[in-house]
Design a protein around this ligand. Structure first.
Ligand SMILES: Cc1cc2nc3c(=O)[nH]c(=O)nc-3n(C[C@H](O)[C@H](O)[C@H](O)COP(=O)(O)O)c2cc1C
Length: 196
């Protein structure tokens, strides 16, 4: 889980989080192809596979809401959350399971809660976020209201959600190849947001 650095000029740190239970499926491959395209532009990139990490569910102890207290759960989430805080851009990719984000992605999102505070601004305030949803349903608009709901929850935490990208019609791990333009789409979004 180390940022991969190419030639350095104006370095932007891009962290990608794959919430699929299938290690090298569409959600992974879409992120990976995006990160590979960013490398040419002198970025630092890293892809985190949630499925490879020990991440427990939030226990709702509210310890993190006492000023200065970190999350009490000892697992891999503190490493991931520190990487998010260091990054300029976070890209989360989740498959849709049973009309919702994957359980892995949901647990990860819940564990962002220690970065949100009652007594001071969220540590995630203004952090740029792109959400990618992969699904088998061919209609990319089928879950739009749900995606807006997930987006709203991320805005609540403080993120600046710059776009939602829905990739429909995916079943086999290489079906993502039907959408070769996604890296360019993400690059143009980043160019718009960061005025590259
Ligand atoms: C348990 C399970 C439930 C799924 N539920 C849905 C669903 O409700 N709607 C849908 O469009 N696709 C559904 N799918 C299909 C996946 O979202 C789709 O194949 C996705 O690309 C898988 O991502 P991956 O290739 O990264 O594993 C489901 C797949 C699984 C394994």
């Amino acid at each position: 889980m180390k940022f991969k650095q190419k030639e350095v000029s104006s370095i932007m740190k891009i962290l990608a989080v794959n919430g699929s239970a299938r290690d090298f499926g569409n959600s992974y491959n879409i992120l990976n192809s995006c990160l590979n395209s960013f490398d040419k532009n002198n970025n630092m990139t890293e892809l985190v596979q949630l499925s490879e990490l020990q991440i427990k569910s939030c226990t709702s102890c509210y310890s993190c809401k006492s000023p200065g207290n970190p999350c009490v759960i000892q697992d891999d989430i503190s490493t991931v959350n520190n990487k998010i805080l260091e990054s300029d851009l976070l890209i989360i990719s989740s498959p849709i399971y049973m009309w919702q984000i994957s359980a892995l992605t949901k647990i990860f999102m819940e564990r962002l809660y220690p970065l949100y505070h009652f007594d001071k601004p969220s540590e995630l305030s203004g952090k740029k976020l792109i959400l990618i949803f992969t699904q088998a349903a061919p209609d990319e608009n089928m879950f739009n209201s749900y995606f807006e709901h997930v987006k709203a929850s991320m805005i609540f935490l403080g993120f600046d959600v710059i776009d939602i990208i829905v990739v429909p019609g995916l079943r086999m791990p290489t079906d993502y190849e039907k959408f070769p333009d996604i890296p360019n789409k993400i690059k143009s979004l980043i160019g718009r947001e960061f005025l590259l």
